[in-house]
Every structure is written in structure tokens, then in C-alpha cells.
Write a protein that binds this ligand. Structure first.
Ligand code: PHE
Length: 443
């Protein structure tokens, strides 16, 4: 089986695919509003510190597991002689289904918003109008599901193409496109009259804004954004050949992901300030505040359309990475790529139905005080991913130990620091996020 395994065509292809996984709704939809809610620049500095210590270390650890074993996220651990740790892979596959199910719902909204922006349905609305347009749309029992199905089908078509022809090619075309659109949006945003207030909010740190919960928000965001803790990077790493330098690759992926998040904020927050809107509007920033911003700025239809297109591309390169670990797992158990893709897409879509309906007809149905979509988000981002990331750190740090160093490239200072982070720093930090997420500890 190992001999038949498909590999990435080039290192750049792998980095683009992995960065494509990392860059998603988390960067463009979530990062700017989390930054807006947590005090701007001070939050960014904290986020950078966490990504470049714990984040990149865990990213490298996942790549090491996959590349060493050349197997899917479950079989990897059997292949490495530690079958008990396969639980990491099973948790990852469960997380993949769950995240894919609600990710497609939100990505469906972004496709709908391309259509709505370009067709002018937002033009001339007042403040409440934008809120009602959004709330009314997501509460509709049918329309959002049609868009989610379209998004899921796009994802399936790409994954069907396999590693080189599907995922790698998508990354190499879509990622540069994403950069270009983003730069255009930044230029538009920072040249609006009154953008300076937003730029200084975004770039001048106020450290008094940093509290325990800010640290937790930053760490949770880093994990979700780097696609950690669910076997994506194990799976992508397993399609790497032995020559690749994993340390550099994980650095590049972490760097690109962070750059996109920061640039996304620079495209959004100055425009929000220039138009006199509230930067801490939370999740509504993208779907309510921004359409209002676009409507009131010159060229807004074009820039708004481009923005939602950008968001859709980013979501697509992430959703393919959510589907691939499941397809890879099924493939090693004799199920063809075609069947696995269709099966995964259909099941994840069905699981997404209650998430979509929870925004409307099912909004009264709550579990532990949360609607279905929020519950799925909480269960994965606050529970499964941190738990997966902690197990990966412990596994590579303690169980693989010397083998991991060798796989990473030897015994130098950086690699030793990496092992120390995996053994002690990452597990302790993640334990804190988990306890905080569960409300057991509040910082
Ligand atoms: N990293 C993606 C984002 O920022 C989300 C994601 C999480 C993708 C986990 C794959 C695995 O949107």
C-alpha cells in the first residue's frame, strides 16, 4: 500500500495545500472580529507569540507523524507501533465530519452573499435593514441549505481529483488568487477617508487590554486557524516524501496563515472605522457590518463581491482538508476515492441540516443552552481540537522522542526547543484552554 501512495508533486504544492487548509473562515471571518473584541494590536502581538511557539510546534509534530508513517491519521499510530494512540485519528475523523457539517453551512452563507452583493440586494438599506437581511436569510429553512449543498459539491469535486490533480492544483491556483484579492481590499480599505483611526486601533498596542480570557481566546483561535488537533496535518504530511524539511514547511505554513489573518484585519477594520461602525460587532461583523460598509463606500459592489468571493475560496481550501482525512482513512480500508468522497459529503451535509435550521425554525431547540450550530462549534473547537492537539504533543514529545528529532532533521538547538515545547509547554497551555473552555477554570 505504501508503494502506491500518492505524493505531492512539489514542496510548494504541499505548502500551498497546507496553508490552504489553515487559511479559512477562521482567518477572514473570525480573526478580525476576535481582534476587534479583544483590544486590537495587543491581541495580535499575543497571537503572534502563541503561533510561533506552541502553534508551529504542534503543526510540525503532526507533519512528523504523517511523514514518518506514510499512513492515514488512524493507521499512522499502528504503523509506528503504538496502536493505542489511534484514538487521536478517530477523534480527528469525528471532528472532521462535525466541522465540515457546519463549516459548509457558513461557507454557504458566503456564496449567497456574493450573489446578494453583486445583484445589489443590499443597496440603500439602513442599519436595521442589514441586520434583517442577514437574520432573515439564515433563518430561512431552505435557501441556506441549497447554498451549503453547492459548497459541499464544490469541495467534493476537488477532493475527487486526488492529491496532485485535485488538492494540490486547487491550492496552487486559489491561494495566489486569494492573496491578490486581499491586497486589493487592503488598498481600498486603508485609503478610505477616516481609515486612520482603524489603522491605529489595529496597530498600536494597549497592553492593559490583555487578560486571562484574552490569552485563552488567542490560543483557541491559533489552534483552529492552523487546522491543528484533528489529523489534517498528519494526513497531508503522509503525502510528503522523505526529502522535505519539515521544520521549514511548518514555519512557512504558520507564517502564511498568520499573515493572511493579519492582512484580513487590515482589509476590514480600517473600513469599519472609516464608515463609523462598531469594530466589536462579533460574528455579525462579516455578514451585517461589512455589507453596510461596502454599501456606503465607492466601488462597494465590486469590493464587496470580491470580499465574499475571497471568503468562499478560503473556506473551500479548508473544507477540502476536512474531507481528505476521512477519504484517506476509507481508502486504506479498501473504499474507492469516489465512494468515500460521496459518502462523506452526503453524511456531512445531512449532519449540517440541523446546524442550518438552528438559525431559524429550530432556534428554540437548545442543548446545554446552545443552539445546534454553536454546540457543534463548541464541541469541536473547544473540546476535540485542543484534546487532539494535546495528545499529539505528548505523543511526539514523549513517545516518539528521539525518533521525532531524527524525522525533523537531527539534534540542533531549535529541534531541542521544539521537543521541550511539545513535552511541557504545549500540553500545559492546552490543558488551560480546555479547562477554561469547559468553564471549570475561568481566567
Ligand atoms: N483552519 C481553518 C480555518 O481557519 C479551519 C479548519 C480547522 C480546517 C480544522 C481544517 C481543520 O478556517
Amino acid at each position: 500500500m505504501t508503494s502506491k501512495r500518492e505524493h505531492w508533486g512539489s514542496r510548494l504544492g504541499f505548502i500551498m495545500a497546507a496553508a490552504g487548509s489553515a487559511v479559512g473562515l477562521g482567518n477572514i471571518w473570525k480573526f478580525p472580529y476576535v481582534t476587534g473584541e479583544n483590544g486590537g494590536a495587543a491581541f495580535i502581538i499575543l497571537y503572534l507569540a502563541l503561533v510561533f511557539t506552541i502553534g508551529i510546534s504542534v503543526l510540525g509534530a503532526e507533519m512528523v507523524i504523517g511523514r514518518k508513517s506514510q499512513h492515514d491519521a488512524v493507521s499512522s499510530f499502528k504503523k509506528l507501533g503504538t496502536p493505542g494512540w489511534s484514538v487521536i485519528g478517530y477523534m480527528g475523523i469525528l471532528a472532521a465530519f462535525v466541522i465540515l457539517s457546519f463549516y459548509a453551512v457558513i461557507a454557504g452563507w458566503t456564496i449567497a452573499y456574493i450573489v446578494k452583493t453583486v445583484s445589489g440586494s443590499f443597496s440603500g438599506l439602513d442599519g436595521d435593514g442589514f441586520t434583517n437581511a442577514f437574520v432573515g436569510f439564515i433563518a430561512d429553512p431552505v435557501q441556506p441549505l441549497i447554498y451549503a449543498a453547492i459548497f459541499m459539491a464544490l469541495t467534493a469535486v476537488i477532493v475527487m481529483g486526488g492529491i496532485k490533480q485535485g488538492i494540490e492544483r486547487a491550492g496552487k491556483i486559489l491561494m495566489p488568487l486569494l492573496f491578490i484579492i486581499m491586497i486589493a481590499l487592503v488598498v481600498r480599505s486603508v485609503t478610505l477617508p477616516g481609515a486612520e483611526a482603524g489603522i491605529s486601533f489595529y496597530l498600536e498596542p494597549d497592553f492593559s487590554k490583555i487578560t486571562g480570557s484574552t490569552v485563552m481566546a488567542a490560543l483557541g483561535q491559533a489552534f483552529f486557524s492552523l487546522s491543528l488537533g484533528m489529523g489534517v496535518m498528519i494526513t497531508y504530511g503522509s503525502y510528503l516524501s522523505k526529502e522535505e524539511k519539515l521544520g521549514k514547511s511548518s514555519f512557512y505554513v504558520g507564517f502564511l496563515d498568520t499573515a493572511v489573518a493579519i492582512i484580513a484585519g487590515l482589509a476590514i477594520l480600517p473600513a469599519v472605522f472609516a464608515m463609523g461602525m462598531d469594530p466589536s460587532a462579533g460574528p455579525a461583523l462579516t455578514f451585517i457590518t461589512l455589507p453596510a460598509v461596502f454599501d456606503s463606500m465607492p466601488g462597494g459592489v465590486i469590493f464587496g463581491g470580491l470580499f465574499f468571493f475571497l471568503l468562499t475560496i478560503a473556506a473551500l481550501t479548508s473544507s477540502i482538508s476536512l474531507m481528505e482525512p476521512v477519504v484517506s482513512f476509507a481508502g486504506e480500508r479498501g473504499i474507492s476515492r469516489g465512494k468515500a468522497v460521496i459518502g462523506t459529503a452526503v453524511i456531512a451535509f445531512i449532519l449540517g441540516v440541523p446546524s442550518s435550521l438552528s438559525q431559524g425554525v429550530m432556534s428554540d431547540v437548545t442543548f446545554f443552552g446552545k443552539g445546534f450550530l454553536d454546540l457543534m462549534d463548541f464541541f469541536t473547537a473547544n473540546l476535540l481540537l485542543p484534546l487532539g492537539g494535546m495528545l499529539v504533543s505528548l505523543y511526539v514529545g514523549w513517545v516518539m522522542g528521539a525518533k521525532a528529532k531524527e524525522e525533523m532533521g537531527g539534534d540542533n538547538l531549535l529541534i531541542n526547543i521544539w521537543i521541550i515545547i511539545l513535552r511541557f509547554v504545549a500540553p500545559a497551555a492546552i490543558a488551560l484552554i480546555l479547562l477554561n473552555g469547559l468553564g471549570i477554570l475561568s481566567l
